[in-house]
Design a protein around this ligand. Structure first.
Ligand SMILES: *Cc1c(COP(=O)(O)O)cnc(C)c1O
Length: 358
């Protein structure tokens, strides 16, 4: 996070201009800065990552009831965005290697009703974008990437916001780059940008002109100012997280029963947002849930990312319970995300690893 003084200095002028929101100076500046930072044609800022995804889907005007192929191994937002657009999520299993959607299982799920694929670059692991694009071309599908975990990453030197027909980022407080709450859509062209502009601002195009039906999903000036400040420290934050991650790997790699397979793709410039490990209960002698509880008793707060699977959540009753998703179910049961943030000290890291081993 940027220093307090820097942020305070930045928001001072808002008390003079009284321009607190509605595409103010900071909003517009952040859009421009992100466009060049992420090397994407267009960035549309939103109030949060979820609305970025919901509006991206809405922008394509899919007919209600159409099917969207997606992953069950993600934050609930991914599926909610599909359903809230009156579309039907069709869940595809994931890969054991990097937990992203299994591109070899997508085609089997395509029907005449399929209109889009919503893959997730989970934990900053980049999906097989080449194969997904091929499938999308073959069946004339749109691809909207949930890139909430992949801010600032590149794949083969290309900014990840460039893949698919749109990509969304989340700038929630818990993400590597934050605007307190916030998000963005990377749009391939001005037409998509304009659609999103209308969707996020009630379709208002003039004091007496509403051109389309829309919601309110704008980013305010305080969030945009936070973004402008935090962007200056993003590289630094990633570098610190990289060092911490490497230390984790060094200490945990030799531990029996703990499987670490993070940051393995040499084509990806990672942002080191998450540090998931897999616990093999047979070899480790404890289940993932045991480990979670024991860490918690020692004031170490890990996360069961992502458990339960989206398809098993209470809100869906038993709608998706019988789906065959063996890999996603197994990963979900064995995965645990360890604490990872730039200010995590060496001694805290040692204590986490020591407690784990004990
Ligand atoms: C954080 C997140 C979102 C939603 O972003 P918000 O800014 O919290 O609305 C969507 N998808 C994934 C994978 C996320 O981690």
């Amino acid at each position: 996070m940027a220093p307090y003084e820097e942020y305070i200095e930045m928001i001072k002028s808002l008390w003079t201009t009284h321009r607190l929101t509605n595409m103010g100076e900071y909003h517009n500046r952040l859009e421009k800065e992100l466009q060049s930072y992420l090397e994407v044609p267009k960035v549309s800022l939103t109030v949060n990552g979820h609305m970025a995804l919901e509006l991206s889907l809405q922008a394509f005007n899919f007919s209600p009831g159409s099917e969207v192929i997606t992953t069950p191994f993600s934050f609930i937002s991914t599926t909610h965005a599909i359903i809230r657009n009156h579309l039907k999520p069709v869940f595809c299993d994931i890969k054991e290697t990097d937990y992203t959607i299994d591109e070899n299982k997508i085609e089997d799920l395509v029907t005449e009703r399929t209109v889009a694929i919503v893959p997730v670059h989970i934990f900053g692991n980049i999906c097989n974008v080449e194969k997904i694009e091929k499938i999308a071309c073959k069946y004339n599908l749109k691809v909207i990437y949930d890139a909430a975990h992949a801010f600032g990453e590149t794949y083969k030197g290309i900014g990840v916001g460039n893949f698919g027909n749109a990509s969304i980022f989340s700038f929630h407080a818990t993400k590597v780059f934050n605007t307190i709450e916030g998000g963005a859509v990377c749009a391939p062209d001005a037409a998509m940008y304009e659609k999103l502009y209308n969707l996020k601002n009630f379709g208002i195009r003039g004091e007496e002109l509403i051109v389309s039906i829309g919601t309110n999903a704008k980013m305010n000036e305080f969030s945009a100012a936070m973004g402008l400040c935090n962007l200056r420290y993003f590289k630094q934050e990633v570098e610190k997280r990289k060092q911490i991650s490497e230390k984790y790997i060094e200490i945990l790699a030799e531990q029996k029963g703990i499987l670490v397979k993070n940051f393995l793709n040499p084509e990806v410039n990672y942002n080191y947002g998450y540090f998931p490990i897999l616990i093999d209960e047979e070899e480790f002698g404890r289940t993932r849930d045991d480990v979670y509880d024991l860490l918690k008793q020692n004031n170490i707060f890990s996360r069961k990312y992502f458990y339960p699977l989206i398809v098993d959540q209470a809100c869906f009753k038993n709608m998706f319970r019988d789906l065959s998703l063996p890999v996603a179910r197994s990963i979900s049961k064995h995965i645990l995300a360890l604490p990872l943030y730039g200010t995590l000290t060496e001694s805290h890291l040692q204590r986490i690893c020591h407690t784990l081993k004990k």
